[in-house]
Design a protein around this ligand. Structure first.
Ligand code: GTP
Length: 416
């Protein structure tokens, strides 16, 4: 039997996701209409022999997380449990701390998934790859290719091209190492804990000598990437399965729009029922659009491509929305225009107002754009929760913190 572990981090993580992560833990932020984590859970639940999904993080268990887990268990008919770390233990420390829970019931193997990635999650392909390619008891990293410059923002993998063995692993190198990058999705077996255990013991000894070498001042704080993969490379233990399917990180709010686009495209094959279409009496739809059934949309509005509309959203006559996420309870009044933006929960955009950002492609993780005046400004526009934009103003490339009542136009600003 198999298990899956999703690393969800905690409140001190996801800072690049502010102000949106003030209102909801980042892993529950909706991407293409459903909480980010639901995409992971749905794919895990489909893997044959998957018995349990464990979420490991350092969030206090709150109502939202509990409700999400309860609903997901019902919908996907699988056990889902949350294990809370007493502090941030890193990507390897948390799974080591909870190794007894992961190993209970004797899973032959288990997946580890970073919560902040958007992917087609080719988990069954990773299992087949492990059987065909790896040595017995080897571990598999999901990899993809990036361009030379972008690769240095990720974990870089040098492989043996014949065997796909990982020969070198360098996390965020300062010079080019390889265009194969780590996707933050792994297939392990129980042996991994011996390797993490060795690092733990070494950390403990270092602590006794009062010279912590991992810089964390806690022996249990262990990073899979720097502490484990780097050491396992070249030991005929670690293999890379390269996927051609889509993958992206969700670090900044801007990258959530990019990830939404990828998942909405995937819905054509996985969930066509989630994609809106042009219907008599409905709004005009262009490209891939998700609309929650509780949203109230005027038939003269035009939506898409790449738009997600949340629960209870109201959209007035002649409104135009493109490349944007509109969160629950927002109100877009008649003839306003929202482009490349995230409109926060319960925010209002007044009549004929224009809320616009500049897309940050090709690097969806970079929330800022360097403008010709040399200033770094937010690229997409984000309205935090409960923001009011008056009629007939323009909000361009700006981030507006929650509960603000604006009274004029703004450009290239963070409005505190
Ligand atoms: P950055 O670019 O610095 O964010 O690095 P990264 O992309 O390697 O991400 P990072 O290692 O910070 O996080 C990868 C995933 O692990 C994310 O889904 C985090 O939420 C999660 N994560 C990171 N640190 C911890 C931790 O201490 N505990 C748990 N449970 N999860 C964590």
């Amino acid at each position: 039997m198999l298990k899956a572990v999703i690393l969800i981090g905690g409140p001190q993580k996801g800072t690049r996701f502010r102000p949106l992560s003030f209102e909801v833990p980042k892993p529950l932020f909706p991407v293409a209409g459903v909480p980010m984590l639901q995409h992971h859970i749905e794919t895990c639940a489909k893997v044959p022999n998957m018995k349990e999904i464990l979420l490991i993080g350092f969030y206090q268990p709150n109502e939202e997380l509990t409700r999400f887990m309860f609903n997901a268990q019902q919908e996907f008919k699988i056990s889902i449990r949350y294990l809370q770390e007493y502090a941030a233990l890193g990507t390897g420390g948390g799974i080591y701390h909870f190794r007894d829970q992961i190993l209970s019931g004797n899973p032959a193997a288990f997946f580890i998934l970073n919560a902040d990635v958007c992917s087609a999650f080719p988990l069954t392909e990773m299992l087949s790859f492990q059987k065909e390619h790896g040595e017995p008891n080897s571990f598999v990293i999901l990899g993809t290719t990036a361009n030379r410059k972008q690769s240095m923002n990720y974990g870089c993998i040098v492989e043996n091209e014949e065997t796909n063995e990982v020969l070198h692993y360098v996390e965020k190198p300062s010079t080019f190492v390889s265009d194969i990058i780590n996707c933050g999705i792994y297939l392990f077996n129980p042996d991994i804990f011996q390797h993490i255990g060795k690092v733990f013991q070494k950390n403990q000894q270092d602590m006794l000598l009062e010279e912590p070498t991992n810089g964390w001042h806690r022996a249990e704080a262990i990073r899979l990437e720097q502490d484990i993969f780097t050491a396992l490379a070249g030991q005929r233990k670690l293999y890379v399965y390269k996927t051609l399917s889509f993958w992206s990180q969700i670090k900044s709010a801007g990258s959530a729009i990019y990830a939404s686009r990828l998942y909405l495209t995937q819905y054509h094959t996985t969930h066509p029922e989630r994609l809106a279409s042009n219907k008599e009496g409905g709004p005009r739809i262009s490209g891939n659009v998700y609309i929650h059934p509780t949203a109230n949309i005027d038939p003269t509005a035009m939506l898409g491509p790449n738009v997600s509309i949340g629960t209870g959203v109201t959209i007035g006559a002649g409104v135009r929305v493109r490349e944007s996420i509109i969160l629950h309870g927002a109100n877009l009044q008649d003839h306003c225009c929202v482009l490349n933006s995230i409109v926060g929960w319960d925010s209002t955009v007044g009549k004929w107002a224009r809320v616009e950002g500049t897309p940050s492609d090709p690097n969806p993780n970079d929330p800022y754009t360097l403008f010709s005046d040399g200033k770094l400004t937010p690229s997409i526009t984000i309205l935090g929760c409960n923001v009011t934009i008056p009629s007939e103003v323009i909000i361009l490339n700006s981030i507006v913190l929650p509960h603000k009542d604006l009274n004029r136009s703004f450009k290239n600003q963070i409005i505190l």
